[in-house]
Design a protein around this ligand. Structure first.
Ligand code: URA
Length: 209
């Protein structure tokens, strides 16, 4: 019998836990931080990908638990979902110092793990939060839109081909940006409604293996 998705994700998380080659590993250890692998339903139809953990996330080992996370939970609620219904992860699994942008080397070292998470969860929709996650997905799946700006692509429903079949890709602004500008918050709220079409009635939701 093949291992459940949850068991495979757990093993993958242990690999990230021991990833001493990461440029962020020393920083994690020195600050007593946790790596943030991701959490949620391994059978989720919708996968959210953020940028990298912030301080609250590194302290708790959970994605999107700070101010951005509260906004994300509210947005999910607006389309009738809870965090437990989706899977939430990041491009980079360790906190970059002072929340600076992740470097190319940092993105690269965690890349295989994010790709394996996608292949394992096999979501119907990948929602990218912010520029880094959007660029990662557009490049990885070689979408015609790659190279275009988030200001142009946010809220659009794009199509990609993966190893397991077609997947919809929805680029959104990062919730952290929406926390600072009212206009972006409004845009994010409206863009989020694009996801409604992927929300199955409760009776049809997939459950964990
Ligand atoms: N911002 C992100 O991109 N990811 C998190 O997990 C938290 C904040």
């Amino acid at each position: 019998m093949t291992e459940s998705r949850a068991a495979q994700l757990k093993k993958m998380a242990e690999e990230v836990q021991n990833l001493s080659d990461s440029p962020l590993y020393q920083y994690r250890q020195a600050n007593n931080y946790s790596m943030v692998f991701g959490e949620g339903n391994p059978q989720a139809a919708i996968l959210f990908i953020g940028e990298a953990p912030g301080e609250q996330e590194a302290k708790t080992g959970r994605p999107f638990v700070g101010a951005s996370g509260r906004l994300l939970s509210e947005l999910l609620d607006s389309i009738g979902l809870q965090r437990e219904d989706v899977y939430i992860t990041n491009v980079v699994k360790d906190r970059p110092p002072e929340n600076r942008d992740p470097t190319a080397a940092e993105i690269q070292i965690y890349q295989p793990f994010l790709l394996r998470q996608i292949e394992l969860i096999q979501p119907q929709v990948i929602v990218t939060l912010g520029r880094f996650a959007m660029e990662f997905v557009l490049k990885q799946f070689n979408l015609a839109e790659k190279g275009q700006k988030i200001s142009r692509l946010h809220g659009k429903l794009l199509q990609a081909q993966t190893g397991y079949g077609p997947v919809a890709v929805v680029p959104l602004y990062h919730p952290a940006v929406a926390l600072y500008t009212r206009e972006q918050a409004e845009t994010l709220k409206q863009d989020f409604q694009v996801l409604k079409q992927f929300v199955p009635p409760i009776s049809l939701r997939r459950t964990d293996q």
